[in-house]
Write a protein that binds this ligand. Sequence first.
Ligand SMILES: [Zn+2]
Length: 347
Amino acid sequence: MGIFGKKYFKREGSPGDYTYYYTEAEYKEAKGKEEEKPKHQAKQEEDKPKEKTKEQQIAEVYAYCDKVIKEHPRDLFTHLKGEKVSNAEAMSILRRKFNNDLNKTLNYDSKVIDKKFIISIAEQINDISESVPNGHFYNNDCLKGFNINFDEGAGFANYNTGNNKISFEKDFVESLFQPDDIDNIKNKQEVKETFCHELGHSVQEKFIRTDTDNNTELFKSFGKALGWGDEVGIKYIINENKKAVPIKREKEFKLLTKYAELNPTEAFAEYYSFYNMNFKLINDYIDGKVEDSIFNKTQEFKYRGYKITHQQIKESVKAFSWMRENIFDNDELTKSLQFDEWLKMSI
Ligand SMILES: [Zn+2]
């Protein structure tokens, strides 16, 4: 369940022509009426069976997928992994779930060995989708879908500003695979953290809109809070080996991760992800509820293979504050689609 409230109960139709049902009762009532109508026609069709059109066949598959999704509100992923559901069936249902409930496409390499592997990865994405504001995920038009690649790909994982998709690439996907335990993937937490990092890039894109330079000036103040100079915006410095080079900071305290030291864009993704993974802790820091005495304690927070200390969080509190104000408390960025729809309906 998202912290900003759940969406409508059900949505049917296609983009631009959706019908929304806000409660189960409302949905059932509408469906009841629909079912009553075509009784006469059904009788005639029995006498003279017609070949189904492609649209009808697709509609039937979708109806079946929706039925299964509805029957398993809590255990859909476990159910799909089960013996009774074929690979093809499971994948159709999973795609339908992503299209409707998450508002994203899901693509994966056909070389994938077993459905359970993809389902396990998809489950982590679904978990994150339920823990972030709707405007960051469901209603984020700078995030259109996901690719899980077993083929060649660039790097570990990435967010593409051209097609607005997040891809998990071969090296990363392979690292998750465990042949002895196909039901599970390795490092579920790392999948969430990596996914959340890439989600951070798409949220930054929504905030900045690189094609319009919206908010780029404001974004500089995020970099400044982490010690970069006035002029450093969203740029990358790439060397002759096509590798990103860290942009020197004026103030040198230790950022959360080595990766964050590269530039404000990577720092944004790392801080966004860590904030999401430790939401209450970071809010307590911003609100001054974490006592100074704790900084000397040895407790560390695991994140993407790093161990992050209280001291590091404390030194980055300005950047987290910036993020709360501009990213998590920004109505433009977080408001949900259903709220807009609801407004239209109530006018
Ligand atoms: Zn990144």
